[in-house]
Design a protein around this ligand. Structure first.
Ligand SMILES: *Cc1c(COP(=O)(O)O)cnc(C)c1O
Length: 240
């Protein structure tokens, strides 16, 4: 990575504003406009919803224009891919904020705690323990969200709804993780509003301020249901 491939991309990236980069900026603008319209429609103040730009599978050359435009909040779903892209971007934009939105294996906890600012996918006791231990060891305290499998889908990560209350309490009080909210990915076939409302009610019950819900296909509806963070990939960066 540090050899010729890197110097090649450094040479090309800043000067070439090709069509794909222009597309990213235009699509980003369209998403921020729609987000603002959804906030207004929901009677929520402008700026109450944060846009997590999901850059997974897209190279740094497509991410950089957004950073230069002033966007600072991004999501990645794989630790290894994020390790390859983000240290260089962060050294140029130290105030960026990176969220892990994909499943985290316990053997990647050390790398994840070093690289990310927020872990959105805390979903089992073994992972919560490993995160708490690593944060104590390093003194780096990341904000965490608990991922809820609101549709109880067997193939999907996340805590089952009936186990969520106990798990959230355990994470906060026994493990002393900085749990600030909840995250979900509704089943594709369902009306997402049912799931957004379930997540909102659960967060309310626990006094948790952050609700990460809504993707390219449904983020305006998530905002209507109270999302504080929407995670949008395709609508900004195009198809993966
Ligand atoms: C990929 C991904 C997104 C973004 O999905 P799009 O439909 O491309 O906007 C959001 N959340 C998670 C957890 C993802 O993995």
């Amino acid at each position: 990575m540090l050899g010729s491939a890197c110097s090649h991309s450094n040479k090309d990236d800043p000067v070439v504003t090709d069509d794909s980069q222009a597309d990213v900026l235009a699509q980003y603008q369209a998403v921020t406009d729609e987000l603002a319209a959804a906030e207004a429609a929901a009677g929520r103040p402008g700026g109450s919803v944060r846009l997590v730009a999901v850059s997974k599978t897209h190279p740094a050359s497509r991410i950089r224009p957004l950073l230069e435009r002033g966007h600072r909040l991004f999501g990645e779903n794989r630790v290894q891919e994020a390790e390859e892209k983000w240290p260089a971007l962060r050294s140029d934009f130290p105030d960026l904020e990176l969220h892990l939105i994909g499943p985290l294996q316990t053997n990647k906890v050390r790398e994840a705690v070093a690289l990310f600012d927020v872990i959105e996918t805390v979903d089992r006791p073994k992972l919560a323990d490993a995160l708490a231990r690593e944060m104590e060891r390093t003194g780096r305290s990341l904000r965490c969200l608990v991922q809820i499998n609101t549709g109880a889908e067997p193939q999907k990560a996340g805590v089952l709804p009936e186990e969520a209350d106990a798990f959230i309490e355990e994470c906060r009080h026994r493990r002393r993780l900085a749990v600030e909210g909840l995250m979900c990915i509704p089943p594709q076939a369902d009306d997402p509003m049912v799931h957004f409302r379930m997540l909102a009610a659960m967060a309310h019950r626990h006094g948790l301020p952050i609700l990460s819900m809504g993707m390219s296909g449904d983020y305006p509806r998530a905002i209507a249901a109270g999302a504080t963070h929407v995670r949008v990939g395709t609508a900004i960066f195009g198809h993966r």
